[in-house]
Design a protein around this ligand. Structure first.
Ligand SMILES: NC(=O)c1ccc[n+]([C@@H]2O[C@H](COP(=O)([O-])OP(=O)(O)OC[C@H]3O[C@@H](n4cnc5c(N)ncnc54)[C@H](OP(=O)(O)O)[C@@H]3O)[C@@H](O)[C@H]2O)c1
Length: 325
């Protein structure tokens, strides 16, 4: 099969190689997916900079296609099923930047007929992360939620899912184009965090109060906003990322005196219960046609380095995917 891989750390154009690898065959409990698309996420790009624990890595965890062979113990009725994938390259060397992938059947989820393979390549990380972030907030009906980076891949889904849950969403964005994208997803207001004082604007938009909850993708700056009381007492903050991944100080006095709850999570590592809730929840939203997807750019496998550079550049609005078959 054709695949892309890297065997050392370095810039995308220097280390990503495209060529032939043996086509995998499924073992017991596994299925093989003939991939149509592969989703490229920031964590795929960041992993390229981390020490390799194997000789070669075929990157990317997200993807979609059709099951073409099943291993022993898997119902042959799954052959021909249209599917999407989660954790494709989590703790395993063979991801979705290839024509085929073999995975345990539980990581290969039936795709509603109305969802195309491009959108399906955005589910494993962006949509599941957004769903879990909203899930961790509990009941948000009628509450005001601040979505940090509301036009990012995860933020776009988080905004939609929070609005579907009855929340009033304020989104932070970095440009007028991104503000339009966040508003199309349902945010009633946006704040350009590069030009406007976020806490002051939040209070102007929210009758002088802090928000009831934050869905956060950059804890390195959100920690400071919390210290400025961007949140109301008893608010919940769910964070899934930080532009600066080093240890940092938290505004302990504000957190304690306002009884703020902080949650962090990794989508790769959901508990089995949360995984089931998120998979069922996203499937239900897809089947009901309630999610809008945003494909920002499509690349061929040969252009995988350009796809990684596009993720690193942060200029493209929407998800970045590869077309495989
Ligand atoms: N914990 C998990 O399991 C998990 C899952 C998915 C993603 N993540 C992490 O979450 C982050 C976002 O992922 P993604 O796929 O949604 O990224 P993405 O689509 O690549 O979007 C990132 C964009 O967010 C904007 N941004 C950056 N800092 C911001 C800030 N402080 N406030 C508002 N907007 C900001 C930037 O655009 P502008 O410069 O134009 O503002 C940037 O281009 C990444 O760090 C990723 O690694 C974690």
């Amino acid at each position: 099969m054709r695949a892309a891989w890297y065997s050392k750390n370095g810039a995308a154009s220097e280390v990503l190689v495209v060529g032939e690898l043996p086509t995998p065959t499924p073992g017991r409990g596994e299925v093989r997916v003939r991939l149509a698309t592969s989703g490229v996420n920031p964590s795929d790009v960041k992993k390229r900079g981390r020490p390799l624990d194997t000789e070669r890595i075929v990157p990317h965890s997200d993807g979609a296609g059709v099951i073409d062979i099943v291993g022993d113990g898997v119902s042959p009725s799954r052959i021909g099923e249209r599917v999407w994938i989660w954790n494709g390259q989590h703790r395993r060397p063979m991801g979705t930047a290839a024509e085929y992938i073999v995975l345990p059947e539980a990581q290969v989820i039936r795709l509603p007929a109305s969802t195309d393979f491009a959108a399906a390549a955005c589910l494993g990380i962006p949509a599941l992360t957004a769903f879990q972030a909203v899930h961790l907030l509990g009941d948000i009906s009628g509450k005001t939620v601040l979505v940090i980076g509301a036009s990012s891949a995860v933020g776009h889904y988080a905004t939609q899912i929070a609005v579907l849950g009855g929340a009033n969403v304020i989104g932070t964005v970095g440009s007028p184009e991104k503000a339009m994208h966040a508003q199309a997803a349902g945010a009633f207001a946006t704040i350009n965090y590069k030009q406007e004082p976020v806490t002051k604007r939040v209070k102007e938009l929210n009758l002088g109060r802090g928000v009831d909850a934050i869905i956060d993708m950059d804890f390195s700056t959100t920690a400071k906003l919390i210290g400025e009381s961007v949140v109301a007492p008893h608010a919940t903050v769910v964070s899934y990322g930080s532009n600066n991944a080093n240890d940092m100080e938290v505004p302990f006095r504000t957190l304690l005196s306002s009884s703020i709850s902080l949650h962090f999570f990794l989508v790769y590592d959901l508990s089995p219960t949360d995984r089931r809730i998120a998979l069922d929840g996203v499937t239900e939203l897809l089947a009901g046609g309630r999610l809008s997807h945003s494909i920002g750019a499509r690349f061929t496998l040969n252009d995988i380095a350009a796809a990684h550079e596009a993720v690193e550049g942060g200029k493209i609005i929407g998800n970045i995917i590869l077309d495989l078959h």
